[in-house]
Ligand binder design. Sequence first.
Ligand code: PCA
Length: 329
Amino acid sequence: MTDLLKSTTGIVTAALLAASAASPALAAEKWDMPLAYPATNFHSENAAVFAACVTSGSGGEIEIVTHPGGSLFGGADIKRAVQTGQALIGERLLSAHANEDPLFGIDSIPFLASSFEASGKLWDAAEAAIAEALDGQNLVLLYTVPWPPQGIYFNKEVNSGNDMKGVKFRAYNAATAKLAELTGMLPVQIEAAEVSQAFATGVAESMVSSAATGYDSKLWENVSHFYEVDAWLPRNAMLVNKDKWAGLSDDMKKVFTDCAATAEAEGLERAKAYTTKTLEGLASNGMQVLKPSDELKADLAAVGATMTEEWLAAAGDKGKAIVDAYKAQ
Ligand code: PCA
């Protein structure tokens, strides 16, 4: 470098430093946050509040920009996008990745934890092992929020396992697909963002999901019945790319973890409120919202017992230790 260039560079650098000192908000680093569910869903609303919390807490260094509705990455691609750094942060339904590690499916074992309270206890027992598994995939777990209890949608009255045979079923993870298989239904994997279309075109006639997703998808346009089976409460996890995380200052990490603690607590309250709102919403839009018959309950319990055994066999000692710790609480 010539002397002239050197001194010019020095002057420019000094000027830039002075400018950035005068306006520290100048160079916010943009972090895209893909979300799979619509902006009005409670998970997305909660994530938007979390994103704003980090953005303001970072003092203008980081700006988190949410992309709801699968608009940046579809649900199925969000976790991989964050692992590889295509997106630095994102939210994903953990149990959709149970094929990578059975522990990710612990929240979708039928009837193991079927209330908000039980789901919280199960998560307390499972969190450390799941965070470790995610760490091994270049991911840092920030917080999780449960979905409302899972029921079953049908376009007819269903009173037993027998009535389910041959029905075209929309699955969102391995557990929902397995439940369909064991009840003689015909599963096809479809992301929440495509649910409305799948039911409108007859690709699907039934699904296990929350009142929330049926409400978000206006399912009353094509489906007549929702049975409150309370099978399980799956969780969404907010994940950060671990390489990026490692480069953050301790102060910045604390901004994220403080905002995450708030998001976890508020997310749970939002989940409960959205459950009530959407159960009422399904009914007021003409859907029959019903408790399952004893026969249907018994048939589903038998399926649940088989799935529990299969999960325990797949998850080995680690899985058993978590379930034992949960049951001992
Ligand atoms: N809604 C999501 C996952 C669980 C739920 O309640 C879905 O149906 O895809």
